[in-house]
Design a protein around this ligand. Structure first.
Ligand code: NAG
Ligand code: NAG
Ligand code: NAG
Length: 389
């Protein structure tokens, strides 16, 4: 039957081959099913999620917002000190901790080696300034940037906030990354948003406008490019004419552009769940009388308790939650509009101090407590530290 007396193999080799195939078949049935891939060599595929392109040959993506963070602080003149407070350090540290950024930048109008930063760094301007400029703690990179005194239409930029508005848009335009106001507190990582495929992301605030206190973009993205151009044209001195109004107008139009990936607009709760209204600042900062301070019985030098909330706890054990207690699970960045600016007095609240946060008696305190606990456990903050200096 076999081809015309041309045996290709000797009987002993045939037996060996038969035995080997039988062995493989037996192995196939006896090994756990997922072990079969060990018999048939297959290329190793790493299934762990990664932010790198899926294969080395795919072109670099132009829609990944870089993992760099930008802050802005403009000094009115060179005789002044930086006036960073505990809340600023808390904001910086949260971004550093949650984002694990590739770099973190401060855009300001003084030289890295100038007297203002030297004073801050050597402790002359107090603990929080020293911490913020301590590059061993957080490798903050200082960028000395030109600060415009006039908009392109000739209108003077009277106040520091407006000058900062121009600097922040320029910074994100030039470098790409995430801009944060100093009263924006990161509650979780932004990687899923930065890598979502949208080239810019921002969120709505009370009333529906897009808030300019935090936004992110790829370098030179269309949204920041248009905003950077138009803010110079429309500036009137009005509080948000050149900021929220422009990013809202431009951002909304970009959503509808072909391809639809120039802009993602998040719901209000994502970045700016509170507001400047008295009732919202009360709900955020107000100290509650119906919960005990987390510091009762604390022992100095001993790590503070952690509070992990189980996924289904809120509906399975509602009795464990106060009616005022906010669920922060769908907030990425908490833009904590401070009541000071509108000179509204919030019950039981004076300043964001370490004690105020560590006591966990307000919604704000509970939101930022996990970061403050890390800072406390590392010895960076003390319960009795002041909010400033
Ligand atoms: C510098 O700025 C501070 C704060 O705005 C102000 O009080 C002071 O007069 C200014 N000094 C000069 C020399 O402009
Ligand atoms: C801190 O730096 C400032 C500005 O250079 C200097 O005047 C001051 O003496 C320094 N203080 C200390 C404690 O090193
Ligand atoms: C800066 O931070 C490091 C790390 O926590 C600390 O060891 C060092 O003493 C700090 N430097 C200053 C000047 O506070």
């Amino acid at each position: 039957m076999f081809a015309q007396g041309k045996p290709l193999t000797t009987p002993s080799v045939l037996k060996l081959a038969a035995a080997a195939s039988l062995f493989l078949v037996v192995l196939f049935f006896f090994l756990p099913h997922d072990a079969t891939s060990r018999i048939i060599p297959t290329p190793r595929v790493d299934l762990t999620p990664t932010h790198r392109p899926s294969s080395p040959s795919s072109p670099p993506r132009d829609d990944i917002i870089p993992n760099q963070v930008h802050f802005v602080y403009i000094l009115p003149n060179t005789t002044t000190n930086f006036h960073f407070q505990f809340s600023h350090f808390l904001s910086l540290y949260a971004a550093w901790h949650h984002f694990r950024p590739d770099s973190i930048h401060l855009h300001t109008n003084t030289l890295p080696t100038g007297p203002e930063i030297t004073r801050a760094r050597n402790g002359t301007a107090g603990k929080w300034n020293a911490h913020i400029f301590n590059t061993t703690l957080i490798p903050l990179q200082i960028h000395t940037v030109p600060v415009p005194t006039h908009a392109g239409n000739g209108q003077p930029l009277a106040n520091m906030e407006h000058r900062s508005d121009f600097v922040r848009v320029q910074a994100v335009h030039d470098h790409g990354g995430v801009y944060l106001d100093w009263d924006v507190h990161a509650l979780r990582d932004l990687r899923p948003l930065r890598e979502s495929g949208f080239r810019a992301v921002a969120g709505r605030q009370l009333g529906g406008q897009i808030n300019s206190g935090t936004f992110m973009s790829v370098k030179g993205g269309r949204m920041v490019r248009l905003w950077r151009e138009q803010m110079h044209v429309v500036y009137t001195g009005g509080w948000t004419t050149h900021s929220n109004e422009v990013i809202t107008r431009v951002g909304q139009r970009l959503v509808g552009e072909p391809g639809g990936r120039e802009m993602l607009i998040m719901e209000r709760e994502a970045f700016a769940p509170g507001s400047w209204r008295a009732e919202d600042t009360d709900a955020l900062f107000g100290v509650r009388g119906d919960v005990e301070s987390n510091l009762v019985g604390y022992v100095e030098g001993v790590a503070l308790p952690g509070y992990e909330e189980a996924f289904e706890a809120r509906w399975e054990r509602p009795e464990e939650f106060k009616e005022w207690e906010r669920d922060w699970s769908f907030t990425y960045l908490l833009h904590a509009f401070t009541p000071d600016r509108w000179s509204h007095k919030v019950a039981g609240f004076e300043h964001i101090t370490p004690r105020y946060v560590l006591e966990r008696r307000s919604n704000f305190a509970r939101a930022v407590y996990p970061i403050a606990k890390i800072m406390y456990d590392k010895g960076l903050i003390g319960v009795d530290d002041s909010h400033e200096g």
